[in-house]
Design a protein around this ligand. Structure first.
Ligand code: SF4
Ligand code: FES
Length: 486
């Protein structure tokens, strides 16, 4: 059944959904709403309002009570409270009436620790590089880590507790394919005990309803299902895996039936870009609250397959229009995260929130990275989470300090007034294109490499697409003929 926008009015009885909750973020001295891959900061008034919604009390009664308590005109309170709640309802974090599914139990560990300020807000845990799919734009390194070097569930548990102790709020259980780990339930239980908001980033093809039910019982908050396309023949060819689309549709549906948050993640490139409207329809059909439409970044496997993946400027611009229209049409039904295509941009993205500023990634073998693709950069040394504490790695690790702050920058970034906004863009992209990891991201129009960067995209995207070099685990690269869907 397709969701409809939840309109907040006097008779509404709002409550948080199972996958959204208030959280005292003691590392940053604030209260936030934890939600799929987000933490929304609240001001004191917002906190008062959201502490009173219970799915039972009518909005008009709630506003009357607040007006009396704070000696304020009820019309003003009603206007402000309605606007606050409507904003959250449009993000699909509220529902009318109590959610029949209970949120994970509060963590005794989280309430006993005093995290320090300045740590990462998120931990990306790459549990394994094993994966039944072979996407040619995979962000895993070309040298995949074998299963015999993967760290144990208990070692992940220790990393999660340490991550919470240095202020992490969000945990992304990723891969490869995280559900390929037989001990995923044990790993998830450690994460829930540590009080982290849990996001499972999955291709979904290994999940059954029973497995998903068990993960929901343990306390999984949110599932991000990645899709290659929604047209089955195209999805099978891009992923190198047959029959993925119906499995993904099932897993997405079960996720919602079990009360968890759902995001559809659709990496965009020239071989699925024509199907963007159907991909958005799919997300609505399976009742996702969010969709990530991300034009892929060209490093690791995507760099290898660049000429097969780069879209033309015209098709990229069409996606901008399609997303703009869909955002308006689907307000309150589907939220969009749209990552634009770097070759046709003029400003770079603030990649990973700035190097060493907001995220730590850990590889299957326990190497701590400042960004998931950091191993593509030369000369960096990565510490092992079994040998050093996450706090030590975060503050003193040489890789984390390599491009942290502003001191490493060269011109034009060094004196640019946006240097503390985008931190010079993506280090991995800068190195992949220029051979210099300290260079300005070529997505920036001020980069001396920008014109060349845009020009080869134009050229490659107009030429016939070469065969994919598939990302294969434990085998020689395999290629398949290209087939344009545009
Ligand atoms: Fe950002 Fe550097 Fe470009 Fe300035 S010159 S906008 S800091 S990438
Ligand atoms: Fe590594 Fe952007 S992907 S800094």
């Amino acid at each position: 059944m397709t969701a409809t926008r939840y309109i907040i009015g006097p008779d509404s009885r709002p409550a948080f959904t199972r996958y959204a909750r208030l959280h005292e973020d003691r590392a940053r001295a604030r209260t936030v709403i934890l939600a799929p891959e987000r933490a929304y900061e609240l001001d004191p008034i917002g906190l008062i309002v959201l502490s009173t919604i219970d799915g039972v009390t009518r909005l008009s009664d709630l506003c009357a009570s607040l007006a009396q308590q704070y000696s304020a005109p009820v019309e003003v309170i009603t206007r402000d409270v309605t606007a606050l709640l409507q904003g959250l309802a449009d993000k699909r974090l509220l529902r009318d009436g109590v959610d029949p599914f209970s949120a994970p139990r509060p963590s005794a560990f989280a309430s006993a620790i005093t995290p320090f300020a300045g740590g990462p807000a998120g931990l990306l845990a790459e549990l394994t590089h094993r994966c039944p799919l072979q996407c040619p734009y995979c962000s895993n390194p070309l040298e995949l880590e074998k299963s015999n070097v993967e760290i144990t569930a208990a070692q992940w548990g220790e990393a999660f507790r340490q991550a919470a102790s240095i202020g992490a709020l969000q945990l992304h259980l990723s891969g490869g394919e995280p559900t390929a780990r037989r001990d995923l339930k044990e790993i998830l239980a450690y994460a829930v005990e540590a009080g982290l908001y849990t996001n499972l980033v999955t291709s979904a093809v290994l999940l059954t309803r029973e497995k998903l039910e068990r993960l929901a019982e343990i306390g999984l908050d949110h599932v991000q299902v990645s899709i290659q396309d929604v047209v089955p023949e195209s999805a099978d060819r891009i992923s190198g895996y047959e029959g993925g689309v119906p499995k993904k549709r099932d897993v997405a549906r079960w996720t919602r039936e079990l009360g968890m948050g759902l995001t559809i993640n659709a990496p965009m490139h020239r071989q699925n870009i024509a199907h963007l409207p159907q991909i958005i329809d799919f997300a609505v059909e399976v009742d996702a609250q969010r969709i990530e439409i991300a034009h892929i970044q060209y490093y690791a496997w995507a760099q290898t397959n660049r000429a097969a993946l780069i879209p033309t400027r015209e098709t990229f611009m069409e996606t901008v229009g399609i997303v703009d229209e869909a955002k308006k049409r689907l307000q309150g039904v589907l939220n969009f995260d749209f990552v634009i295509h770097d070759h046709y941009a003029t400003r770079p993205k603030q990649c990973t929130g700035g190097w060493g500023r907001s995220i730590m990634a850990v590889t299957p073998s326990g190497k701590a990275l400042p960004c998931h693709a950091a191993q593509t950069l030369p000369g960096l040394t990565f510490d092992d989470v079994r040998e050093k504490s996450l706090a030590d790695i975060w503050m003193n690790g040489s890789a984390f300090n390599a491009y942290r702050g502003l001191d490493w920058m060269k011109e034009p970034c060094k004196t640019c007034d946006r240097r503390e906004i985008d931190y010079g863009g993506c280090r991995c992209q800068a190195f992949a294109v220029t051979g210099d990891a300290e260079a300005t991201d070529p997505a920036c129009h001020l980069s001396p490499d920008h014109a060349r960067f845009a020009a080869y995209a134009e050229t490659e995207s107009q030429a016939p697409a070469p065969d994919f070099i598939y990302r294969r685990f434990g085998g020689a690269p395999q290629s398949a003929p290209a087939e344009e869907s545009v």
